[in-house]
Design a protein around this ligand. Sequence first.
Ligand code: GLN
Length: 304
Amino acid sequence: MTDGPEARGSLPADGAFTADRLLDEATAALSAHGVPSPRVDAALLLAWATDTTRGAVEARAVIGGAVGAAHVQRFRQAVARRCGREPLQHITGVAHFRALSLAVGPGVFVPRPETESVAQFAIDALAATALPAPVAVDLGTGSGAIALALATEVPHAVVYAVEQSADAFAWAERNNAALGSPVRLVRGDLGDALPELDGTVSVVVSNPPYIPDAAVPVDPEVRDWDPAAALYGGPDGLDAVRRLVVTARRLLTPGGTVVIEHAEQQGAALRALLSAARFRSPETHRDLTGRDRTTTAIAPATGA
Ligand code: GLN
């Protein structure tokens, strides 16, 4: 923070704006444009515009602290973008995922909170192997979110991530580099990826595209900004899942775990696909909002 009235939170000079007034103004505008959490977004954008934390913004609002003109302008421009339903994370350039702050923007899927619980199953399975360097593969890594969570939270693991989109791959590379490149990134299709690892992988995890082609999302942030390749999975949404189940069978060692994110209504279909591929113990798990979100299964013995 800079010196001056802003930092001390003293009464604003004539013509200056107070944080609480700016937040009220932005909340009303965002609300009028249908933004689902207008007050939170207003605070996060003011934090971004003033290079501080949301907590510091809230504190400044309580005491009626002033915000300087340059910051006001930056804030209002950001609010205008958000009113156009550009994702908050594209405006700030950051998506938070578990303990990570990931760079995101055009061309990459913004990691979602519900995927944090998907990653947890992969982390637990990876941490539970007795191997000194268990191998994990994240198929369709996008920004690198799941793979980087695995690599940073299970540091003795060897984590690979596969991504086909050139745009998304660039974001994954940037995020990986920012963390010291703990993930081995591979550009390619999830169907024929990493043949050299066949039969050696302990965990295969994926948040594939799974929305049925006709079920176009209502939220403009998703519909207009997330890449279509990260969202849509054919007529029933399961085209990529069917291919990744085959890849998971090829990659996993007997007893290895596959972890797949899916839509709330797809649990039974996921379990059926995994059973048909001779996976053992398919189980569907709920996310923190109580919705079916993740199906896990265990790879069978060789030849089964
Ligand atoms: N959960 C995502 C959404 O809300 C869907 C992403 C996907 O298909 N993997 O849009």
